[in-house]
Design a binder for this molecule. Structure first.
Ligand SMILES: Nc1nc2c(ncn2[C@@H]2O[C@H](COP(=O)(O)OP(=O)(O)OP(=O)(O)O)[C@@H](O)[C@H]2O)c(=O)[nH]1
Ligand SMILES: [Zn+2]
Length: 291
């Protein structure tokens, strides 16, 4: 039976792409009874019907599953941030890094509008995040700089693109594929006006096995972790944590702590550490409210 990828869902129908053609499919009637859901991004088998239609027969196991936007099998999150116009929001970036990594996605950072920023600031931000182990791609999309590097990051992957309003996501999407930003914008506009009760999500094909999905509203994300788990999502702590005298040191109230020492010496970025401490605090408060 042929296999394809669900690229769009609309009112009970699913558009399934097999690479060359897209078929409008229904799900088998029995799915509802068995509680099987079909998400955009799902790999499915389908029974073709005529030239342009079909019936989805089975949903293949998912590698990842996002709830907002509801999309399956996303490999990577492209977190798009500018440093000026709008100003850099490090805590939001740090939050998104934790959330997408916890969801099983590979994070990559795009810094936009480097033509507007001070070169030293660009360098500093890049250094901080590269030291933490992340891919960072600086771009000045309007001048065409960095677009090929982003294209390379995307190749062969399904990528969700997210970032604050106005950072240049549509401009970047248009630079990757003329008109793509416009198409993605139409999706978010419909969402913004609340016309669709079910969230409209769509995979846009950039190249063979390469898809991009827009994630409006992706930024207000809750961290679904226990306080102690957040530690593991700050990779730059790992080099220092073994020297903490307390086993299981949270690098918070502990009096002697190798991670806090590294922050004081400037070996770990202070803003990153402050994000970490704020997340732990937030999760502790959430736990307290629960009891
Ligand atoms: N100087 C400069 N301006 C840019 C660059 N990229 C985008 N812009 C401008 O930034 C503004 C916002 O760009 P968009 O691409 O609409 O931003 P967006 O992230 O899609 O915004 P939302 O749709 O609100 O999420 C526009 O005026 C763009 O022309 C860049 O590389 N350099
Ligand atoms: Zn410690």
């Amino acid at each position: 039976m042929p296999e394809g990828v669900v690229v769009r869902s609309l009112a009970g129908f699913f558009d399934v792409s097999d690479g060359d053609t897209v078929r409008r499919c229904r799900a088998r009637g029995v799915f509802r009874k068995r509680g099987v859901t079909v998400l955009v991004g799902d790999r499915v088998t389908y029974e073709p019907m005529g030239a342009a239609e079909g019936v989805i027969q089975s949903v293949l196991p998912r590698t990842t599953e996002l709830i907002r936007p509801p999309v399956a099998n996303v490999d990577q999150a492209l977190l798009v941030f500018s440093l000026v116009d709008p100003d850099f929001l490090p805590h939001l970036l740090d939050r998104m890094l934790v959330v997408v990594t916890a969801a099983g996605l590979r994070p990559a950072i795009v810094i936009t509008k480097t033509d507007l920023a001070d070169a030293k600031q660009v360098e500093r931000v890049m250094r901080v995040y590269q030291a933490a182990g992340y891919d960072v791609c600086p771009t000045a999309t309007k001048a065409g700089a960095g677009v090929d590097a982003v294209r390379t990051l995307l190749r062969g992957r399904v990528t969700v693109m997210a970032g604050p309003s106005g950072v240049g996501k549509s401009t970047l999407a248009n630079a990757l594929d003329p008109g793509l930003g416009v198409k993605m914008g139409e999706v978010s506009e419909k969402l913004g006006r609340g016309k669709h009760t079910t969230r409209h999500v769509e995979l846009f094909k950039l190249a063979e096995d390469t898809y991009i999905v827009d994630a409006p509203g992706f930024s207000q994300l809750e961290i679904g972790l226990a306080p102690a788990e957040v530690r593991d999502y700050f990779p730059e702590f790992a080099a220092f944590a073994p020297a903490c005298p307390y086993r299981g040191c949270l690098h918070m109230e502990e009096e002697t702590c190798a991670v806090k020492d590294a922050v004081a010496r400037g070996q770990i970025d202070e803003t990153r550490y402050r994000s970490y401490a704020a997340f732990v605090q937030e999760l502790r408060e959430k736990e307290e409210r629960r009891y």
